[in-house]
Write a protein that binds this ligand. Structure first.
Ligand code: AMP
Length: 189
């Protein structure tokens, strides 16, 4: 099974993905995590994307598609992939469909975490204090939210047309959201 966790930055995609990884035999593929690892390691790629990430913009489609190509093999060895923060543009979504089709696989479900903006701002302020991620500061977060609204939201009709789009309430306790996620994964076919 391959699923996409969908929603704006700080909707809780990463947290839920980690729980799924612990409890189901799946791999989390977060392009944000991959890019942060590159910047931490100071690779050429990391240096190339650092400023864009600091500013809250989207890095180029080619870069993230390549990262997914390299890492998808890990998911094939286990029970599938949880895509978190990818795809973020229609070009990325098309590339992902193509990549999976070439390997005889597909996206099974796209699960949108529905959250409200005030709660997101609170979440991000908390995460900024706790984790010190420099792109979590309120000004940059606003840019990230705008990137989501202008480019990533366009994926909703894309996946709706494929009849793969599901929604769950993303607010509330982590475990409560996870329960909703799990029942969706088991109950809806
Ligand atoms: P995230 O941790 O998913 O919020 O990603 C952190 C940052 O990495 C984003 O603000 C973008 O600059 C970059 N990024 C991560 N995933 C993508 C993607 N699929 N497309 C473009 N940029 C991305």
């Amino acid at each position: 099974m391959n699923i996409i966790l969908f929603g704006p930055p700080a909707a809780g995609k990463g947290t839920q993905a980690k729980l799924l990884v612990e409890r189901l035999n799946m791999v989390q593929l977060s392009t944000g995590d991959m890019l942060r690892a590159e910047t931490r390691a100071g690779t050429e790629l990391g240096q190339k994307v650092a400023q864009i990430m600091r500013d809250g913009g989207l890095v180029s489609d080619d870069i993230v598609i390549e990262l997914i190509k390299i890492n998808f093999a890990r998911a094939e060895k286990v029970g599938g992939a949880i895509f978190d923060g990818f795809p973020r543009t229609v070009i990325q979504a098309e590339a992902l469909d193509h990549l999976l089709a070439m390997r005889g696989a597909k996206i099974d479900k796209v699960i949108r975490l529905v959250v409200d903006e005030t709660a997101l701002m609170e979440r991000i302020a908390k995460r900024f204090l706790e984790q010190g991620r420099n792109d979590d500061n309120p000004a940059t977060y606003k840019v990230r939210l705008e990137a989501y609204n202008s480019q990533t939201q366009a994926l909703l009709p894309y996946y709706k047309a494929q009849d793969k789009l599901f929604e769950i309430e993303g607010m509330g306790e982590v475990e409560a959201v996870y329960e909703r996620l799990q029942s969706l994964l088991h109950v809806v076919h």
